[in-house]
Design a protein. Structure first.
Length: 339
């Protein structure tokens, strides 16, 4: 069995906190490494790269870890993948999170299956949704995703926006020379549909290790370009939020800028990540991850697992090292870490 950190006694039980005093309240859970898109920069849809089914955590195992982490103070859970909606049982897992008392449950999806699943997800207890969208140009979208799913994704966005999940968050990762020419079109999309358009800086987590600084588009450039067309004003945000938020002064819609490369927000980070194969990660860019699956399947008690999680979280990094000369990308790419 994996060597365990010391188990705290009942008197020290409570909120997960790292050595810098940051409270851990947010959990990202990847429930699958599979996807129904075949994006050119990703390997998730290629069967030869899929992990064997038995290597993925079962719903019961995911549920047990969720229960333990909620007991340690987790208040927000985001269900991710891969594409989480390709794994049967997502609605039931969300219902299980709701039964645990999680007050904020969200899901990240590519939107292809969303229109027909939206009502069931809401009934299960989903509060919020993020939809990934790399292009508003149909031909470019088809080329990037290697699908013909543009209309289905738009239908998913419309279904969510017409539901209690409103306002929908639409996420675009900007890559120089690929879709950076669509900044203004994305902003207009937010205004037309009264949704939240979020621009995410391209990070060194792509499956093909193609990232260079020449390809990343700084958030400040995005803000300047949008404000040249439509004045915006800042919206207050929680310290631990990843996005800097703006609203248009003359109309509907909201913009979010997520700048992990140019404006790191690590100092107030409240997140940990659980991968589909049972690894706990304390940072998106961690060099290492920590296996919990071995404990689950090795007969460890809840208290032993709690002790291990506390030890892992206590060593959470002060911040990522993207901008340091000796930065080395993590061994796992976004495909396997989860969105």
């Amino acid at each position: 069995m994996t060597q365990l950190h010391s188990v705290p006694d009942a008197a020290t039980a409570g909120q997960l906190t790292d050595k810098f005093g940051r409270q851990i309240t947010d959990l990202r859970v990847s429930v699958t490494d599979r996807c129904n898109f075949r994006c050119v920069y990703c390997r998730s849809a290629n069967p030869e790269n899929h992990m064997a089914e038995h290597n993925l955590l079962s719903w019961d195992e995911l549920g047990r870890l969720a229960r333990i982490l909620v007991g340690l103070g987790i208040k927000k859970v985001r269900v991710t993948g891969g594409e989480p909606l390709v794994r049967p049982g997502v609605e039931e897992f969300i219902a299980r999170l709701r039964a645990l008392g999680v007050p904020d449950i969200s899901l990240t999806t590519n939107g292809q299956l969303l229109a027909e699943r939206c009502e069931r997800l809401i009934a299960a207890g989903l509060n919020r949704i993020n939809i990934s969208l790399d292009s508003l140009d149909r031909a470019k979208f088809d080329k990037i995703t290697r699908t013909r799913s543009f209309d289905r994704v738009m239908a998913g966005i419309d279904a969510a926006q017409a539901s209690p999940l409103r306002p929908v968050k639409v996420n675009a990762v900007l890559v120089r020379g690929l879709n950076d020419d669509e900044v203004e079109a994305f902003a207009a999309f937010a205004r037309e549909r009264d949704l939240i358009m979020r621009f995410i800086e391209f990070m060194p987590l792509d499956a093909d290790r193609a990232w260079t600084r020449d390809l990343f588009v700084p958030a400040e450039e995005v803000r300047r370009r949008i404000e040249a067309r439509w004045p915006m004003v800042p919206i207050a945000h929680e310290r631990s939020e990843t996005a800097r938020k703006y609203r248009f002064t003359d109309g509907r819609g909201e913009i979010g800028l997520i700048a992990p490369v140019s404006q790191p927000f690590c100092g107030f980070c409240s997140r940990v990540r659980l991968t589909a194969d049972g690894k706990l990660r304390t940072c998106l860019f961690s060099k290492d991850d920590h296996d919990l699956k071995g404990l689950l399947r090795g007969g460890a008690s809840d208290q032993e697992i709690i002790g291990e999680i506390r030890g892992i979280v206590m060593e959470k990094e002060a911040g990522h090292r993207i901008n340091e000369p000796d930065f080395v990308p993590p061994s796992r790419t976004m495909v396997y870490i989860g969105g």
